[in-house]
Design a protein around this ligand. Structure first.
Ligand SMILES: *Cc1c(COP(=O)(O)O)cnc(C)c1O
Length: 381
């Protein structure tokens, strides 16, 4: 993707400049018209567009095999913009219980605005046909899902959605485009919390929605209206993260699989959730729709008690006790006490997450160091 320089210099800097401007001077009314009519590249106001953000949008689009991409302030901004852009009162939204927790709260807002919502368990993904309605406008899923890494068959969802002309939206944060390209499998939009694997260094928040040009225009309208444009500095950090994205994704998947296989055989581990394990219910579909590995996140139950899970986490020396995922360091947390904290009590456990379920996001450490860390911490349980 060689491009013209973004700067007045004769040659192109190796790094996209951080353009920290709110507004841009027009040389003349003719220039204003040319910018407005899209005849020349130009910018007006940061809420509309920014060259640093635009550069990273093109890079994420390329990764997902999309025509274009909208970058916004957070992953939840990306989810919310998607709902607001396409759903109206009276429309039905099919959404999986296993999606990122904050979507539950957004769904409450959508219900207040008159959207009809159907919640499904990802393991019942193949039964979507029982739930789809003539007014179903969108099917929204995450695969693998957070935190239990359940797998949803994207191509099968596409077939169901086509029966009523619904959109398929896939949150690809866990899989990342390194392993899975939902647009090629039939999704209309791909969403990312770019805070996670795409950024990858625990130092920025951003969201992304990749798709074709028409969807880009619709989503751009929403972003420009509500003001969820990312700042140029975060966009620059995200672009820097993308330079090592593929290397990082590859290593994370290797580490995650090694840890899942180690934990699977451990007497103090009751259950392991990772689609790369042959015994995992998602294995077959994951082999079909993912490539070069199964992502960097796994979940497991430590014995049958939360006290043991806490003791285990407190004993870790290499893996950090922190939320978030997809970063350079391995991160571990108990979703019941952290990412699911703001959900109503019954929703925190109904769909398979236990009080002792632990979510582990593999980082870039040496595989042996991670396995040794798990081993020494499990000995203390
Ligand atoms: C973190 C996360 C989100 C929300 O992203 P933020 O950047 O924290 O707003 C959405 N989906 C998934 C799968 C996530 O892991």
């Amino acid at each position: 993707m060689r491009k013209k320089p973004l700067t007045p210099y004769g040659n192109r800097p190796m790094v996209t400049p951080i353009v920290n401007a709110v507004n841009y001077e027009y040389d003349s009314f003719e220039v204003l018209r040319q910018i407005t009519d899209g005849e020349i590249d130009g910018y007006t106001y940061h809420r509309d567009d920014n060259p640093t953000v635009r550069a990273v949008e093109k890079k994420v689009a390329l990764l997902e095999g999309a025509e274009d991409c909208i970058i916004c302030t957070t992953g939840m901004a990306a989810c919310t913009m998607t709902f607001l852009t396409y759903l109206s009162a009276g429309d039905n939204l099919i959404i999986f219980h296993d999606v990122y927790g904050a979507n539950y709260k957004v769904a409450l807002i959508l219900e207040r605005l008159g959207v009809d919502i159907t919640w499904l368990d990802a393991r019942d993904g193949q039964k979507t046909s029982d739930y789809i309605k003539p007014n179903t406008k969108m099917i929204f899923c995450e695969t693998p899902s957070n935190p239990l890494c359940k797998v949803v068959d994207i191509a099968a969802l596409r077939k169901e959605a086509d029966k009523v002309g619904a959109m398929v939206v896939v949150d690809n944060t866990f899989a990342t485009p390194y392993h899975q390209k939902p647009l090629q499998l039939g999704a209309d939009l791909v969403i990312h919390s770019a805070t996670k694997g795409l950024g990858g260094h625990n130092d920025l928040m951003a969201g992304a929605i990749a798709s074709n040009k028409e969807h880009y225009e619709l989503l751009w309208f929403t972003r420009q209206a509500i003001g969820t444009t990312l700042d140029a500095y975060s966009a620059s950090l995200l672009e820097r993260g993308l330079k090592t994205f593929e290397m990082r994704a590859e290593k994370m998947a290797v580490n995650a699989l090694a840890m899942a296989q180690y934990l699977e055989g451990h007497p103090k581990i009751a259950r392991v959730f990772y689609p790369g394990l042959k015994k995992d219910p998602g294995y077959e579909v994951a082999c079909r729709q993912m490539k070069d590995g199964f992502g960097g996140v796994l979940a497991f139950d430590v014995t049958d008690s939360q006290e043991d899970a806490k003791k285990f986490i407190n004993s870790l020396e290499v893996i950090y006790h922190a939320v978030s995922l997809g970063s350079t360091e391995s991160l571990i947390c108990i979703p019941y006490l952290t990412t699911m904290l703001y959900l109503p009590e019954e929703r925190r456990t109904t769909f398979g997450v236990g009080l002792n379920t632990v979510r582990l996001s593999a980082g870039l450490e040496k595989t042996d160091a991670l396995l040794a860390d798990l081993e020494q911490a499990l000995q203390k349980v």
